[in-house]
Design a protein around this ligand. Structure first.
Ligand SMILES: Nc1ncnc2c1ncn2[C@@H]1O[C@H](COP(=O)(O)OP(=O)(O)OP(=O)(O)O)[C@@H](O)[C@H]1O
Length: 257
């Protein structure tokens, strides 16, 4: 049995006396240590599926199991990173990173040591005494990543974490995520509607289409982490995704140089 097992999962909301199916018939198996990107256009149910796996909002059909246990509520072993950082403005950077460790009742010395280790990992060791208002968006998201890693979670759920960042900062943070994956071997489920981001980060890209949301294809990314966004292999995987989303032009354009 896989680590995360999703079987015939569906989610229906009732609104004004009518049922509305967000996604249905979703089957997916995820192994420990995989980085899975859920990719699709706005409204295809990516966040709803992520929330169902994380236990925030349960499926209404089928089942989702993690490590053999049906998901019925959020687990303290997992963390979620959102687009809006979620930092406490009155706490400085290191105290923000220590937040989850306080809930785990770690002694103060140990908390500090762990927080410093992860701040170093996200290259913010020189900003530990700064407050969120003094940081750029990218730095804030790095603090959120350090805070998530500090509690040594089993699974990290990321819902468009870089959606509010400019393209260059976004690419730098994507590299950070790949470094972290190599060092920490975490299971990550990452929601995005950015095809390049999914191709760059994922071990497998799960492509979803709407009305109702369903999985149209699961695309293996054969070379673990390209690090080169212009390589032929990268473009090949990207092309496959365009194909699934029916976004390729019918006719091929010929270029003459
Ligand atoms: N609690 C709810 N009640 C009713 N409808 C909902 C609820 N939550 C989500 N939906 C609907 O489900 C659909 C899918 O939403 P969801 O946020 O999962 O999509 P998404 O693919 O993540 O989109 P985006 O990329 O824009 O965030 C939307 O049409 C949304 O309005």
């Amino acid at each position: 049995m896989s680590y995360i097992h999703i079987e015939n999962a569906g989610k229906t909301f009732r609104s004004e006396g009518k049922d509305y199916s967000v996604f249905s018939g979703v089957n997916l198996d995820i192994e420990k240590g995989e980085l899975i990107c859920l990719l699709g256009a706005s409204g295809c149910g990516k966040s709803t599926l992520l929330n169902a796996i994380a236990g925030f909002d349960l499926v209404t059909e089928g089942k989702i199991e993690i490590d053999g246990r049906e998901v019925k509520e959020p687990s303290p072993k997992n963390v979620t990173i959102f687009q809006n950082y979620g930092l406490l403005p009155w706490r400085n950077v290191i105290n923000n990173v220590e937040l989850g460790l306080e809930s785990l009742k770690k002694p103060k010395d140990e908390r500090r040591k762990i927080a410093e280790k992860y701040l170093k990992m996200v290259k913010l060791e020189n900003f530990k005494n700064s407050f969120p208002r003094q940081l750029s968006g990218g730095m804030k998201q790095r603090v959120a990543i350090a805070r998530a890693l500090a509690v040594e979670p089993d699974i990290i759920f990321m819902d468009e974490p870089f959606g509010a960042l400019d393209a260059i900062t976004r690419m730098k943070l994507q590299d950070d995520i790949l470094d972290i994956c190599q060092n920490e071997k975490k299971t990550i489920i990452f929601v995005t509607h950015d095809i390049d981001e999914a191709t760059y980060l994922a071990d497998r890209v799960v492509v979803m289409t709407p009305n109702p949301g369903k999985i149209s294809a699961v695309i293996d990314v054969p070379i673990r982490h390209f690090r080169d966004r212009t390589s032929g292999d990268f473009l090949h995987v990207r092309d496959k995704i365009f194909d699934v989303l029916s976004m390729k032009k019918e006719t091929n354009i010929e270029y003459t140089i």
